[in-house]
Design a protein around this ligand. Structure first.
Ligand code: NAD
Length: 311
């Protein structure tokens, strides 16, 4: 099976390339990435054909999609706060970028597209846990751009019969996740702060909850979806129903690191949702064979990776 991963030089993409390169059925792995938030080093030593450039470049996509069986579309400008600062850039990369990928998939003869959406589409809808039939109430330009992307996937299924699958990722964490920039996700930011003896910055009181998924589990699901040709126009949550407050995440990190951690509370950030927890019924029905890595084991592996990097 030949596969192209857009955004393959990023955090989840780099992990996915590693994962797929160990599965013999994947005979060729290609990556399209403009390196705007990803790094070529994430692919070093891996058996990939790298197409450097944007998903907005249709000529590049035609080359990268030629003859492949599946496209995993991960390319996007992530982060809610980045989109609050520059909504137009997020829209171009995420919404128009997804449309561009779908058009290229159609030109390539109707190639299957598996794409990354986000739990942020649930936004201000207060219902917990989040099941896919809930009304999306996006609170940020990022969430709008991801909702547009998954709506385009459904439209391409209905209009052109394209096999599609949108996964709503929740809070994914693990090795390769960047730590040292202002849009960093909480786990890498806190591990590196802890390692440097700095206090952990908590926005708000820390009682907000998130459903954390280890990146290895996300890769397992994506690989199975590609291998088993799973498709549906309806979005699928990719998280397993964990409900971890930021303060209890700090307690888990203290356990993993074997040390007490200091915190520094700062104001809540605009666009951030209060509680996030997936209903995993649809995911479990589609992928009953996959057992997710627990938060504790995922944190252990992630901490080990970060500490090896720093050391
Ligand atoms: P990432 O920033 O590490 O990866 C995104 C990759 O896309 C980067 O390598 C970047 O260079 C590339 N890219 C950006 N714009 C591009 C463009 N126009 N053309 C080509 N490449 C482009 O982020 P990630 O955390 O690995 O996220 C992967 C996907 O998962 C994204 O679609 C993101 O929105 C989604 N997602 C991630 C999370 C999470 O917790 N990490 C949660 C929800 C959704």
């Amino acid at each position: 099976m030949k596969i192209t991963i857009t955004g393959g030089a990023g955090f989840i993409g780099g992990n996915l390339v590693r994962h797929l390169s160990r599965i013999p059925e994947f005979t060729e792995i290609r990556v399209v990435d403009d390196l705007s938030t990803g790094f070529e080093e994430n692919l070093s030593g891996l058996p990939v054909r790298f197409f450097e450039g944007s998903v907005l470049d249709s000529g590049l996509l035609d080359l990268a999609f030629d003859g492949v069986d599946t496209i995993v579309h991960l390319a996007a400008l992530p982060s809610v706060s980045r989109s609050v600062k520059d909504p137009v850039a997020s829209h171009h990369a995420n919404a128009t970028g997804t449309l561009s990928v779908l058009e290229a998939a159609r030109r390539a003869g109707g190639t299957r597209v598996i794409a990354a959406s986000s739990s942020s589409v649930y936004g201000a809808n207060p219902h917990i846990p989040k099941h896919e039939e809930l009304r999306p109430v996006p609170m940020s330009p990022y969430a709008v751009s991801k909702l547009a992307g998954e709506a385009y996937l459904a439209a391409y299924h209905h209009c052109y019969g394209l096999p599609v699958l949108s996964f709503r990722f929740f809070n994914v964490f693990g090795p390769l996740q960047p730590a040292g920039h202002s849009y960093a996700a909480v786990i890498p930011a806190w591990i590196t702060a802890a390692a440097a003896g700095r206090p952990l910055v908590v926005h708000g009181d820390g009682s907000q909850t998130r459903d954390f998924t280890y990146v290895g589990t996300v890769c397992q699901v994506l690989a199975q979806a590609a291998l088993r040709k799973v498709s549906t126009p309806d979005p699928v949550n990719l998280a397993y129903g964990g409900r971890t407050s930021l303060m209890s995440l700090i307690a888990e990190l203290e356990l993993t690191l074997g040390t007490e951690l200091r915190t520094e509370h700062q104001p809540n950030r605009p666009g951030d949702v209060r509680h996030s927890q997936a209903d995993d019924t649809r995911l479990r029905n589609l992928f009953p064979e996959i057992e997710p890595t627990s938060l504790r084991n995922g944190l252990k592996r992630t901490v080990r990776w970060f500490l090896t990097q720093d050391g």
